[in-house]
Design a protein around this ligand. Sequence first.
Ligand code: ATP
Length: 365
Amino acid sequence: MAQIRIENVRKDFGAFNAVKSSTFTVEDGEFFMLLGPSGCGKTTTLRMMAGLELPTSGEIYIDGGEVGMKPASQRDIAFVFQMFALYPHMNVGKNISYPLYSQGMAKADVKKKVDEVAEILGIQDILNKPVGGLSGGDRQRVALGRAIVRSPKAFLMDEPLGALDAEFREHMSEELRALHDRMGATTVYVTHDQLEAMQMGDKIVVMNHGVVEQFGVPQEIYDWPATKFVANFIGSPSMNFLDFGGMVGVGTHSVALNGVKVEVPAMREGAKGPLSVGVRPEHIHFSDDAEYRGRVVASEYLGTTQIVTLATANGEVKARIPANVSVRTDETIGLKFDERTLTVFEGAKGTALRSVTNEKVLAHG
Ligand code: ATP
């Protein structure tokens, strides 16, 4: 088990800066997600942790010891790729035991270890089968078995479920998480799928263009996005942004949207427009007496809820409301916002202006 710390790590490929100065800590035993769109630098960050890529500058610590320039073989970390190559001419047991024989472990100890791992993964009954005829799930379990059997300090996984279809992917992600909970080994997991990150992770780092935009537990990131990018990337449909001009001062508790006063959590810092109020679809409520109004453009039925798209004076918004509320296209509806859940963003950079005090108060009820 291990704590992994990235400190001011930067990576350049020639003139291209793939990872800007990044700092975060993966605590011992955590299931830690590196999340972001394609090309944001997730894989490069993971490869630097593994020792497969050297940082241009900055430090990487494993259990407090600096390893930035150490080769992968000296880090005692297992790297699980999306496309894992199993040895086709060996049976399941041999595939799993191979890393132990190459370490020179005695035969009796290898057997004990392989049996242990097979039990953890529930594959005791296929140990003698050739890997060729296995289902996708069993192949994945064998590949995991090969990584687990060495009892490494940590697992680094690069979109390990990326090649699977949606249903099976969900099943395997639950299995992976359960396996982690049983073993308690530090795991760093790369994904571009925000839902997967929210469901599986103890903590999430959200990256964009080589920059760590936010780092925290899933709920904190969902409820209190630090930037517009994070607010947009997490959640489906994503957060709405009601754009407005003007100015807000430190400590302000309300903003004017098309002349209507909307209460917001107090601001940490003042800012001049363009500004926007961020509101999640589930935090918009329909109310006849609400002064702020929107016109229904479309609605999408989802079973227990529906997503209603409305045109407002500050841009289009999507509201998630119960499916049994009847709405008609073109009708005008009063909209109420759940004040405590709103975040004001500064337009140009998209930084959240919410007050830290509010965050703490809300986080602890
Ligand atoms: P993806 O999910 O598409 O793999 P990612 O977030 O993992 O994306 P990286 O693979 O880390 O992104 O790549 C970050 C950027 O660095 C990309 O623009 C990529 O083209 C570039 N890059 C990665 N490896 C190299 C390399 N060896 N040489 C040059 N550029 C590279």
